[in-house]
Design a protein around this ligand. Structure first.
Ligand SMILES: [Fe+2]
Length: 248
């Protein structure tokens, strides 16, 4: 599904220049990972995770999600209200660029509440994992469109996934204002050359993001752009859209 952002938002975003890209790359776009993961097993965890999160809402004050400074509208930057549960913890001071340094991350106490989820994560195509994060919200609040960082030659191996399709998560082309709803259970997406965010919705919604290092076998099957490494997930998705398929 695609919608178009109001013009004033596009104008605000026009300050952001688009870096050079391979010609095939289009935004908004994302690479579904549903073909590489056990979607049925993931879906079977839905009520398990939902109940655990509901209990945490009553018993804990989980930290608020931070969009980072790269929001599309500076007036709604910051901490929109959705919450985070860290299933791994860094032994280093907080730095965004450590999120895939797998040796600095340790399983957290919270991971012991989500053992079935941790078992599922162990089936994902990572040789090692770094940050593991559940993001949730039980109130109607949007996650403002943002980029995670601005380094076009930095690519993070990660899988974003969810146990149901209710979180209205989208990618945004900041030049055209076009938004594309994520329709799969899992995705790898370009967090630099496009924005991403979530519309507000009344129900409890949640998603999980696991960062790490893909296995050598999995990484070998990923087509790589010659420029703008951060665009790799979109490069892959757009090649597939245009009929170029990978031999796996
Ligand atoms: Fe983000």
């Amino acid at each position: 599904m695609s919608t178009t952002e109001p013009k004033n938002t596009i104008l605000a975003a026009a300050k952001v220049d688009l870096a050079p890209l391979e010609a095939v790359v289009r935004y908004p776009s994302y690479k579904s990972f549903d073909e590489f993961i056990d979607v049925e097993r993931l879906r079977s965890l839905d009520s398990y995770i939902r109940e655990k999160i509901k209990r945490r809402i009553l018993e804990y004050d989980d930290p608020k999600f931070y969009t980072g400074p790269y929001t599309i509208r500076e007036d709604i930057a910051g901490r929109p209200g959705s919450r985070m549960i860290y299933l791994s913890e860094s032994t280093m001071p907080d730095s965004y660029f450590d999120l895939d340094k797998t040796d600095v991350w340790r399983r957290s106490d919270a991971a012991n509440e989500f053992t079935l989820l941790m078992d599922f994560i162990a089936t994902l195509p990572f040789k090692a994992t770094g940050r593991i994060l559940i993001m949730y919200d039980d109130q109607a609040r949007e996650v403002p469109a943002h980029r995670d960082h601005t380094e076009t030659e930095v690519l993070h191996d990660f899988i974003w996934f969810r146990t149901n399709l209710s979180k209205p998560f989208y990618m945004l082309n900041f030049h055209t204002g076009e938004k594309k709803r994520v329709e799969s259970y899992s995705a790898w997406f370009d967090t630099v050359n496009q924005f991403h965010g979530s519309f507000a919705t009344d129900n409890l919604t949640f998603s999980i993001r696991v960062d790490g290092v893909f296995t050598d076998e999995f990484a070998a099957g990923i087509p790589k752009p010659r420029i703008n490494l951060a665009s790799t997930p979109s490069y892959w998705a757009c090649r597939n859209d245009q009929g170029v398929f990978d031999d796996r």
